[in-house]
Write a protein that binds this ligand. Structure first.
Ligand SMILES: Nc1ncnc2c1ncn2[C@@H]1O[C@H](COP(=O)(O)OP(=O)(O)O)[C@@H](O)[C@H]1O
Ligand SMILES: [Mg+2]
Length: 375
């Protein structure tokens, strides 16, 4: 078992500021892989360390399997933490490093051997057991660090940016290994990262944090498709979501979005949300770059009532191989479009942007998604 429950959890370091973590209410289900995502300094590590018992809880309660652990010693919480810096003992072999926590707990030698062998098997370290850390690659060292937490057979794994010291290729590979490990062991995992791709690919659910406050909790695709506010919308997605500020103009059966000289109809779904905000309301329109394309002979976008066509001037073209990122301006609006690779466009071209508002969002003056306000 490994269910972790946060009830009104807060953390204050000293007596400065609003608190590194504020009023977190969240249940991590047994067997779940939950990702804490947010920019540096938003409180991810602090939250994790409070579960591990490495930091005191200032307010609220943390339960592991219905046991209040606020005052339980780290070693008695049945959790294992994996850090970014894997801190292996340089003078010990892989076998000794992996078995070390068990030796500390004074388990019998035969039991230590059994668990170390099994962990090495799972992590593909069997042939490396007699090496020392200096004889291993970065990825292998991180696997040893994982091994050291697996052998403890904890109820919960706590992982704090375990991949960030690895190069890009190894990061992808180790990411897959961690997922396979989770599939095999089924151990509840709370995983911290500032990398949205890691969060999207690994998490059953993700928790987006900002300045110590949880912004949104949900399945990755849902959070991407239905961001609660402009912060979440902008944090998930690369290139970043286009956020245009403007005003709502209500007409008989449709709403328009207006910024300076530029104005266009919002289509039926957004119009309903716009109506709830009211005529003249200041809003931000959020459109993901992949929902914008550049019209050309052979364009595949079909006309529909949530498709906006705007004349625009291309200001930058960035080929990234699989896609082409195109920056273009219309009046005072600047757009980023993610379009097909090899589209024959150049800086300075006058084009028509096709902006599909089917998956677009309207955010109110407080930054909250109007979709949420409407239910
Ligand atoms: N030991 C500490 N003493 C004082 N402030 C700290 C300490 N650890 C972290 N903080 C502060 O708490 C906030 C959250 O930090 P942290 O949990 O490390 O964020 P993250 O892991 O998301 O980068 C930051 O403002 C950080 O400066
Ligand atoms: Mg951190």
């Amino acid at each position: 078992m490994g269910r972790v429950e946060f009830v009104g959890v807060g953390k204050q370091y000293g007596d400065s500021g609003a608190g590194a973590v504020q009023d977190v209410n969240l249940t991590v289900e047994d067997g779940e892989f939950l990702v804490l995502l947010g920019p540096s300094g938003c409180g991810k590590s602090t939250l994790l360390k409070m579960v591990a018992g490495l930091e005191d809880v200032t307010s609220g309660e943390i339960y592991i399997d219905d046991r209040l652990v606020n005052y339980v010693k780290p070693g008695d919480r049945n959790v294992a933490m994996v850090f970014q810096s894997y801190a292996l003992y340089p003078h010990m072999t892989v076998r000794e490093n992996i078995g070390f926590p068990l030796k500390m707990h004074k388990l019998p030698k035969a039991e230590i051997d059994r668990r170390v062998t099994e962990a090495a098997e799972i992590l593909g370290l069997r042939d490396l057991l007699d090496r020392r850390p200096e004889q291993l690659s970065g990825g292998q060292r991180q696997r040893v660090a994982l091994g050291r937490s697996i052998v403890r057979e904890p109820a919960v794994f706590l992982m704090d940016e375990p991949l960030s010291n690895l190069d890009a290729q190894l990061r992808v590979q180790t990411r897959e290994e961690i997922l396979k490990l989770h599939a095999r062991l089924g151990t509840t995992t709370i995983y911290v990262t500032h990398d949205q791709i890691e969060a999207m690919t690994m998490g059953h659910r993700i928790v987006v944090m900002r300045s110590g406050v949880v912004q949104q909790v949900g399945k990755p695709q849902f959070v991407y498709d239905h961001p609660a506010n402009t912060f979440v919308a902008a944090f998930l997605g690369n290139p970043r979501v286009n956020l245009q500020t403007g005003a709502i103009r209500l007409e008989a059966d449709i709403a328009r979005f207006e910024q300076g000289e530029v104005s266009f109809a919002l289509g039926p779904a957004l119009s309903a949300f716009a109506r709830s905000a009211g005529d003249g309301a200041e809003v931000a329109l959020g459109v993901r770059p992949e929902d914008i394309s550049v019209e050309h002979a052979g364009s595949r976008k079909h006309e529909h009532d949530a498709l906006v066509k705007l004349p625009a001037t291309i200001t930058l073209v960035e080929p990234v191989g699989s896609d082409l990122y195109v920056r273009a301006t219309t009046g005072t609006m600047e757009w980023m479009a993610r379009t097909e690779a090899r589209l024959p466009v150049r800086t300075g071209d006058e084009v028509t942007l096709m902006i599909d508002l089917t998956h677009a969002h309207l955010f109110g003056e407080d930054g909250m998604n109007l979709e949420g306000a409407a239910g």
